[in-house]
Write a protein that binds this ligand. Structure first.
Ligand code: SAH
Length: 237
């Protein structure tokens, strides 16, 4: 078959500036936000006209940071504790032949900004600088299949004991100041990300302190059983 070429229509500016901490699917961390900037020649008002009449959209994108790592015909999905292998087409893994991702996300608004159009999104699961290949409206009566089954992705997340997230005094103070300055709800975002337990299966034993980046903030946290304590946050220069 002849190969086809596609080009990005936009680029993502995401709260997830590194892979660690990104939820496994869209919609799982409601306070995870991003801006989708349309790139020329697609940065035209007419191309997004009436899109804001929808509450949610599908974003098709390139898993740009997985391209160099290639792909494998089988994958060990985190839903199965990283143990069992299933076919790549039975997963949502970034390591797939065309490295294409798809996410249903909330469309907050569309604004004109410096000669382009910027879509503000929530409930996202993509990395900063992700290249966007397409945008489509989410149509609930067709896209939301009430009778769909969950396959092997059924169990863990929901049956897992709840994680309690607490903040040290220092972390609390940092979040208050940061929120006042930027308007970004860093505390809620940190809490929601940690409640998903972002640790890979391989890191669950032997370590108790972890770090992650959200926007331009480094966050250090400690695991104490089912309680995760945010110890310290600081801005990366
Ligand atoms: N909803 C999408 C993505 C699911 S996989 C889909 O089903 O296609 C989600 C994981 O992809 C995240 O945990 C993150 O680690 C990874 N990811 C997100 N954006 C990426 C990017 N641009 N490059 C590589 N990996 C990315």
């Amino acid at each position: 078959m002849k190969s086809i070429s596609i080009r990005p229509i936009g680029v993502i500016h995401s709260c997830f500036t590194e892979k660690f901490g990104i939820p496994r699917q869209s919609g799982m961390v409601k306070s995870a936000t991003a801006f989708l900037e349309l790139l020329p020649p697609f940065n035209r008002e007419e191309m997004v006209r009436e899109l804001d009449s929808f509450s949610h959209i599908w974003v098709h994108f390139l898993f740009h940071q997985a391209v160099e790592e290639g792909w494998k015909p089988t994958v060990r999905p985190p839903w199965l504790g990283g143990k069992k292998r299933v076919g790549v087409f039975a997963t949502r893994s970034p390591h797939r032949p065309n490295h294409m991702g798809i996410s249903a996300v909330k469309l907050i608004d569309i604004k004109r900004e410096k000669k382009t159009y910027v879509l503000s999104l929530a409930g996202i699961d993509f990395l900063d600088q992700t290249q966007v290949l397409d945008i489509k409206p989410y149509i609930p009566y067709s896209d939301c299949v009430g009778t769909a089954t969950e396959g092997y992705a059924r169990y863990v997340e929901r049956d897992r004991p709840e994680i309690e997230v607490v903040f040290s005094k220092e972390a609390t103070l940092f979040c208050i100041t940061y929120e006042q300055k930027t308007g970004r709800k860093i505390r809620l975002l940190t809490e929601e990300v940690l409640m998903q337990d972002p640790r890979p299966a391989s890191q669950k034993e032997g370590r108790s302190e972890f770090g992650m980046m959200l926007w331009d903030i480094n966050i250090r946290w400690q695991v104490k059983g089912r309680q995760f304590e945010v110890l310290e946050c600081w801005k990366v220069q």
